[in-house]
Design a protein around this ligand. Structure first.
Ligand code: GDP
Ligand code: MN
Length: 382
């Protein structure tokens, strides 16, 4: 789960990483009163889950509350790389002397958290990595040993930060960033830029914070930060129903049980010339209610022209799945063609149930390939 800048900064603040004072606003009038309360010049920053806001015109300086109101009026409603701006963060403006970059992320190949620090911050880090890879200092932390303060000093030294005041402040921030990363079960905590003000103070001016979705169940205080309005409404519905759902952009809705079979089904649909609209993984259980929920999510996607149900019954019993499909047909008005391929445990009973039901939009196929072909044909005909 990605957090907005203002949420990431709130977490930074809780872990003792210095940030500027600010307030959230959802209207130009709120922006004006926030600027008034903060006093002096402010920066109005678009809150979207996308980077490069500065370049896109989503970050603007305002000298007065009236200017903050005008600038917020421009930014609210703006589209930044497909994300509409609904909120702005009004922050006391900083006088920047230097912009650095500091992050900690999970290095999967090393199976360890990885710190990166460079004095060439502010810009795209990929650019720095390509242009001057030596300027980007890297350091792994052994999670079993934990963070040690020499590691912060090593990073700061290797990055060529020579000012003693900066060294002291950044070393402390590195340690606190590690605490935030572990304490929030994050996958990424990035500060770009980490600024040095003209007074020599070091602060996090931006935040990119990604929390491990699989840890959210034990981090309710972070899970509640999720902005349901920003996410895809179908993804939100799927999450609510506990269905694994991924949106793609074709015409065939794909349902499988188990990640491996579901991914293969997506491939086979593509192989026979179709394009998957989305896919749902029923998982190992596949009880009737699970099937109803998954069908509801899949068929709410307006791009779906036909559904391909591909079930290999192991733990999942095909007759249970068939009952789920029939239950769904009773509960919802489903006019879309549904192609079902059932194989494995209780497959014959399952197919029997579907045939007895005699629904005109239900088609059974014996193999995955034939099922995919039929679904693609039906999607094209629709
Ligand atoms: P991003 O473009 O989405 O990465 O947004 P950032 O929060 O990193 O802001 C982009 C750039 O705007 C920064 O690198 C700064 O140069 C500038 N900026 C942001 N806040 C301030 C501020 O308080 N004062 C000044 N002078 N510049 C700022
Ligand atoms: Mn940034």
């Amino acid at each position: 789960m990605d957090l907005y800048e203002f949420q990431g900064k709130e977490l930074f603040r809780r872990f003792g990483i210095p940030v500027s004072d600010g307030q959230l606003a959802t209207s130009p009038a709120e922006a004006r009163s926030a600027a008034l309360e903060l006093g002096g010049p402010v920066v109005v920053k678009a809150q979207v889950l996308a980077g490069g806001r500065g370049k896109a015109g989503g970050i603007k300086l305002a000298e007065t509350p009236a200017e903050a109101e005008a600038v917020a009026h421009q930014i609210l409603g703006m589209d930044i790389r497909g994300h509409t701006v609904h909120k702005v963060w009004i922050e006391r403006a900083s006088d920047i002397a230097r912009e650095y970059y500091l992050s900690i992320t999970l290095d999967r190949s090393a199976k360890q958290p990885l710190f990166m620090l460079t004095t060439e911050g502010g810009v795209d880090i990929e650019e720095v990595a390509a242009r001057s890879p030596d300027a980007l200092v890297r350091l792994h932390v052994d999670p079993l040993v934990g963070y040690r303060s020499w590691q912060g000093r090593r990073l700061v030294h290797d990055a060529g930060i020579s000012d003693v005041g900066e060294q002291r402040q950044i070393t402390a921030i590195v340690g606190k960033l590690y605490e935030a990363f572990v304490g929030c079960e994050a996958m990424l905590c990035e500060i770009n830029p980490l600024i040095v003000t003209t007074e020599g103070e070091v602060r996090a001016l931006d935040s990119k914070f990604t929390v491990d979705d699989n840890a959210l169940f034990r981090r309710p205080e972070i899970a509640e930060l999720r902005d349901l309005a920003a996410s895809d409404p179908l993804e939100a519905l799927a999450r609510e129903k506990g269905v694994t759902y991924v949106k793609l952009d074709g015409e065939v809705g794909v349902l499988g049980n188990g990640a491996g079979l579901t991914m293969s089904t997506v491939d086979v649909v593509t192989f026979v010339g179709g394009r998957p609209a989305n896919f749902c993984d029923l998982g190992g259980g596949g009880d009737a209610q699970g099937v109803v929920d998954a069908l509801e999510v899949i068929t709410r996607d307006p791009q779906v022209r036909a559904v391909f149900f591909n079930i290999f019954g192991g733990i999942t019993r095909c007759d249970e799945v068939a009952r789920g499909i029939l239950q769904a047909l009773e509960q919802m008005r489903l006019d879309l063609p549904i192609v079902v391929r059932l194989d494995g445990t209780h497959a014959e009973e399952g197919r029997g149930l579907l045939e007895q039901a005699d629904a005109s939009n239900l088609f059974t196929e014996a193999t995955m390939l034939d099922g995919a072909r039929r679904a693609v044909e039906l999607a094209e005909a629709a």
